[in-house]
Design a protein around this ligand. Structure first.
Ligand SMILES: *Cc1c(COP(=O)(O)O)cnc(C)c1O
Length: 364
């Protein structure tokens, strides 16, 4: 069998690895920040009916502009948004890729503040956009001054701001977004994949969209909505920004089944989002309990916690896996990331973690 090395790969892909969250079949999966609660029964029945209703029409291409879905997403987001300001694709990863296809590319650059979502450099490589990683402060925060300074120094064409930030859970103030926007002529994408977990009254970059044609806010149904399997990410921006994405999307990229499923889910958004409060409580419990155990969990506005101060994260990861629990090693020294799941899953994780993990010595 030949290997990747034997193939005439594009230069920028040589030596790269595919997005690598391990997919293992273990009882407690707390490694990719899904909503681990199942879908509510009423939503399942209605979505099944919606899917059934489109099957007879699958001989035809779907609505290329997915107009009804855009309207429903605009209604869900509020903030006076209308359908022309909404875009969607198969996961927000595809939305972000389309942003780079339209605004990045050869000779252009994408800047973000690291550590951050591991897909950003991969999306950059895949679109031949150069990747500019600006390190965050030691506690993973970003200030308006530092952010604006970095943007002025590197003059990127695209900036991705992940808030709350994955994998650290760190929030980001709206002032940072405004400072970055004012410091660049490029486009600024605020990735709010975990926004719903920041709380019902948390500020959102959606409130900044008016009068900022180069700003976009991306969201997903993969996390709070408990709908990761459907692959539906979306974005809100000025209508012209959305038009730019229509230049690069593949025709009919959102299948009729996806559109029907997402519309069905949006009809039940309240039921699908009902567990968000409980997940937030589990997240806060993970922070409290691991701190009591002598670790250094970082503050989180998302549905996961980055636990710092672990003396040997790799050994801890393996020992948890042996107990049927998978978490995530994002390669940040002395940390592991764990998703807040159901109360039962959280209790099992905390019990196992207390057994197998040891905190770093105070002076190391
Ligand atoms: C999970 C995640 C996404 C969403 O990905 P989908 O493709 O919508 O499933 C986007 N951004 C960040 C930071 C994420 O963690």
């Amino acid at each position: 069998m030949s290997t990747l090395d034997d193939l005439p790969l594009r230069d920028e892909l040589v030596g790269q690895r595919p997005y690598g969250a391990p997919q293992l079949d273990v009882p407690i999966e707390l490694n990719v920040n899904e909503n681990t609660h199942g879908l509510p029964g009423e939503a399942i029945a209605d979505i099944a009916q919606s899917l059934h209703d489109v099957i007879a029409g699958l001989n035809r291409y779907p609505d290329r502009e997915f107009s009804r879905l855009r309207e429903a997403l605009a209604g869900y987001l509020g903030h006076g948004l209308v359908a022309d300001q909404i875009w969607a694709a198969n996961g927000s990863n595809e939305v972000l890729q389309q942003v780079l296809q339209a605004f990045g590319g050869p000779g252009r650059s994408l800047l973000s503040f690291t550590p951050t979502y591991s897909m950003y450099p991969l999306l950059a490589a895949g679109t031949q956009t150069s990747w500019v990683a600006v390190p965050r402060a030691e506690n993973f925060t970003v200030t308006p001054e530092v952010a604006a300074e970095a943007v002025r120094a590197h003059r990127p064409d695209v900036v991705f701001l992940c808030r709350p930030n994955n994998p650290t859970g760190t929030g980001l103030s709206l002032e940072v977004i405004e400072a970055v926007y004012d410091a660049t002529d490029g486009v600024v994408i605020v990735d709010e994949a975990y926004q719903e977990f920041a709380g019902p009254d948390a500020p959102t970059a959606l409130s900044l969209l008016a009068g900022k044609p180069r700003l976009a806010v991306s969201r997903t149904m993969s996390k709070a909505f408990a709908f990761a399997g459907v692959r539906l990410g979306y974005l809100a921006a000025d209508a012209a920004f959305v038009d730019a994405l229509r230049l690069v999307r593949l025709p009919y990229h959102l299948s009729a089944l996806t559109q029907a499923a997402a519309l069905g889910a949006l009809r039940h958004s309240e039921a699908l989002l009902a567990n968000v409060e409980s997940i937030r409580a589990q997240r806060d419990l993970i922070i409290r309990r691991t701190r009591e155990l002598g670790f250094a969990p970082y503050p989180s506005e998302a549905n996961f916690v980055l636990i710092g101060g672990i003396s040997d994260p790799q050994a801890t990861f393996t020992a948890l896996l042996e107990r049927g629990i998978i978490v995530r090693d994002n390669g940040i020294p002395h940390t592991l990331r764990v998703t807040a799941g159901t109360p039962t899953e959280t209790a099992a994780f905390l019990e196992a973690f207390a057994e197998v993990a040891s905190p770093m010595a105070a002076d190391s």
